[in-house]
Write a protein that binds this ligand. Structure first.
Ligand SMILES: *Cc1c(COP(=O)(O)O)cnc(C)c1O
Length: 424
């Protein structure tokens, strides 16, 4: 095992731990990585491993992941902004964005597997609402690292990747289910029964540090911090990660204030926006049927998370509070309009989630929350598959097991063990 130049510090009580670990022994707060290097000194390479000093794996790999940051002309003009930069975290070779599954989930998957592998954990289980499954499946195949991925059946048709699947990926689909929260719960149980480590979601520091590289790329490209960071969120993990990275950048002497977080959700399913606007906690188990009915109606399904890390110390609410942040509820119609505007003004097709972010930027400019000369980073977290399909044959990931959540007893899971995880 290699020794790595970072440890974990609890954002609640300050306890410190050796990695890897998901929970503090003393409280419920998120653990955060504390990297030995406090200077911002990117290495000379085009991908996110340029920020190796501030992400957990100590080794890099050659898969071309990372954000492409450029100054906007077209969209900036259309919105009346003089200092707008776009961080494009999808697949668009014309601007140097080569993320293999077309979203910033690629930044989470590869660093996570390298990190756990360095610490002797040789397989993982995780849940996904869609894009995470694509990214982790692709990474698993490239790195030959076994993963079990649990998804609601509703997500399966979207799960294609630009390489043929191998035995490294085991997909479990929850039949007649459209609820990511159920997938999270069942993944935790299957992992416990089979003895496979849980990837950890927002609690996994490799995931957060990987996502944080979008704003690090902004800092490297423009040698500054933005005044505003604009992103569509489901869990808000990318927002927490960005807040954490900007604290590191300030400590390193770059910038003089934390960027304000502008976080958007797709109406009518907007739990974080509702909680933040009303000052109430999120209650994932209240009115579940109504929540699921709202989830049905949104275009950006990857944003549908009933159990985001909002109230937890070190989570989304703390990030919004610390940065004087704002949240937005964006309708499907507004998001589609913003996608059209982005295509016309920037020439690139973006996905439903990124369209929600673009629409919220428009909203923030109209209401004066963002002034025309402010420095803005719009995070395009993923694009439509159009450009990937032009360059690659896309392969579906076929579920190895389709099962109703009610039928997932411990005994049934054990009966399926060899089929699900022959490598155990
Ligand atoms: C997952 C995802 C998001 C939301 O990210 P979080 O910060 O985890 O809430 C936004 N856009 C795309 C394309 C995604 O796949």
């Amino acid at each position: 095992m290699t020794s790595v130049p970072f440890d974990l510090i609890c954002t609640g009580c300050g306890a410190t731990y050796d990695p890897p670990r998901l929970h503090c022994d003393r409280c419920d707060a998120l653990l955060r990585s504390r990297h030995a290097s406090v200077t911002f000194d990117p290495h000379d390479r085009p991908d996110l491993f340029a920020f190796q000093d501030w992400i957990p794996p100590s080794k890099a790999c050659q898969i071309p992941i990372g954000s492409s940051v450029y100054r906007s002309v077209g969209l900036a003009d259309a919105l009346g902004l003089s200092n707008l930069a776009i961080a494009f975290s999808g697949y668009a070779p014309s601007i140097g964005a080569a993320n293999p599954t077309g979203s910033f989930k690629d930044f989470e998957a590869i660093p996570t597997m390298l990190y756990y592998r360095e610490h002797g954990i040789d397989a993982l289980i995780l849940a996904s609402a869609g894009n995470t499954a694509r990214a982790f499946a692709y990474a698993a195949i490239q790195l030959d690292y076994p993963v079990i991925i649990v998804v609601p059946e509703r997500a399966v048709p979207q799960l294609s990747i630009p390489c043929p699947p191998t035995d490294a990926v085991c997909l479990i689909a929850l039949e007649a289910c459209d609820d990511y929260a159920t997938a999270i719960r069942e993944a935790a149980r299957i992992g416990t029964v089979l003895g496979v480590a849980n990837e950890g979601g927002a609690r996994n520091v490799a995931r957060r540090d990987g996502m944080s590289t979008a704003i690090l790329e902004y800092a490297r490209t423009l040698n500054a911090l933005p005044d505003h960071y604009v992103q569509a969120i489901g869990s808000g993990t990318g927002a927490i990660a960005t807040w954490e990275a900007t604290q590191r950048l300030l400590d390193a002497g770059l910038g003089d204030h934390l960027p304000t977080l502008h976080l958007s959700q797709n109406a009518p399913f907007t739990p974080i926006h509702d909680a933040w606007s009303k000052g109430t906690p999120i209650r994932p188990d209240d009115h579940v049927e109504e929540q699921l009915e709202r989830i049905e109606r949104i275009d950006a399904h990857v944003l549908a998370n009933r159990t985001p890390p909002y109230d937890v110390p070190g989570g989304v609410r703390d990030a919004l509070t610390a940065t004087n942040g704002r949240t937005y509820a964006i309708s499907n119609a507004e998001a589609r309009e913003a996608a059209d505007l982005f295509l016309r003004s920037e020439g690139l097709p973006i996905g439903p989630a990124a369209s929600v972010a673009a629409a919220s930027l428009r909203h923030a400019v109209r209401t004066g929350a963002i002034a025309s000369s402010d420095a803005v980073m719009l995070h395009i977290t993923g694009n439509s598959d159009l450009l990937l399909k032009q360059d690659f044959q896309m392969h579906p990931i076929v579920p190895r097991w389709i099962v109703r959540p009610e039928a997932l007893t411990d005994n049934r899971i054990l009966e399926e063990k060899i089929r699900l995880a022959h490598w155990l």
